[in-house]
Design a protein around this ligand. Structure first.
Ligand code: FE2
Ligand code: FE2
Length: 305
């Protein structure tokens, strides 16, 4: 149903080659709070006129914190969905079940890495930054949709991780970001590259067993989950504003808050929603699944941009 050149055996082999341990990423280092964490293309703080350079760096670090926190949060729904799907393949293709179990194990490891980062950030930043949750409730809300809707969302997330790293971080020495934070992004990207392929195979398999109207339901569910995530991102912006005020030690005026809110809403939406919806590989898969669904998602991406 979907055009791609992926298979479980080759993907498993690659994932075993690039597989890493938490110690390979951290190497005994701590975060350097004199540096920015997130590339500007993702943080979107430089255009904010009401903050000085030091305050922009503080907001960048808050955004670095929420970036990895939100990935950890999202992966808490991905993990049970992949385990469940792997369970349906146990009496089938050996490479398929092994690749899927490996996928699940890597997501569990990523969750553990992001939790380590969240604790490390909270230890060094000096302000207890608020974050949306709890992860279990958000995961339950996402998983309360059709399997196709859930795995389309995962496909969107896996591809946007690729885009973020390749376009914003890789070979980008000019921004002089914290090396430990960049190491986290790089190691995550390395394994996510295989997840994007496996997710394409999963979506292909799920959709191949569905009638066209059930595929439309899957696209509807994917869009519903997107709206749910958009609500979460809007709530996160408000928490970030409170964290920022506390960290810079001054109360922002209503106009200043409006400016930051506007810029950050745009930055979050671009990074987490539009980047996935418009990723060429995701876009192609969606178009092949449903021309009508593809059009509806393109309209949603336009409205969010
Ligand atoms: Fe991950
Ligand atoms: Fe992943």
């Amino acid at each position: 149903m979907l055009s791609h050149s992926y298979d479980y055996g080759t993907t498993l082999e690659t994932s075993q080659k690039v597989n890493w341990k938490l110690d390979d990423v951290i190497r005994g280092r701590s975060l350097d709070f004199s540096k920015r964490f997130l590339p500007e293309a993702l943080a979107g703080v430089e255009s904010i006129t009401c903050l000085d350079a030091a305050e922009k760096r503080t907001l960048n670090q808050i955004r670095g914190f929420t970036y990895l926190y939100l990935f950890g949060l999202i992966e808490e729904y991905i993990l049970p969905s992949v385990i469940e799907h792997a369970g349906t393949t146990v009496h089938g293709d050996d490479d398929e079940v092994r690749a899927l179990l490996h996928f699940a194990e890597e997501e569990a490891k990523h969750i553990q890495l992001f939790k380590w980062f969240v604790a490390e950030f909270r230890r060094g930043f000096g302000v207890d930054c608020g974050a949306i949750g709890p992860a279990k409730e958000i995961a339950a809300a996402i998983l309360n949709h059709s399997r196709l809707g859930v795995f389309l969302t995962t496909l969107h997330i896996e591809w946007l991780t690729q885009k973020h790293y390749v376009e914003s971080v890789k070979d980008n020495a000019a921004e002089d970001l914290d090396p430990l934070f960049v190491s986290l992004l790089k190691h995550h990207w390395l394994e996510e590259a295989q997840h994007a392929k496996l997710d394409t195979l999963i979506v292909d398999k799920l959709a191949s067993a569905l009638e066209p109207h059930r595929i439309e339901t899957g696209v509807d569910d994917y869009m519903d989950i997107g709206k749910l995530l958009d609500g979460g991102l809007a709530a996160q912006v408000e928490l970030d504003l409170a964290s920022l005020e506390q960290a810079i030690g001054r109360t922002l005026s209503a106009d200043d808050r409006d400016e930051i809110r506007r810029e950050q809403r745009k930055a979050y939406r671009t990074a987490f929603l539009v980047a996935g919806m418009k990723h060429p590989s995701f876009d192609r898969s969606l178009r092949e699944l449903s021309a009508r669904g593809h059009q509806r998602v393109a309209a949603l991406a336009q409205a969010l941009a």
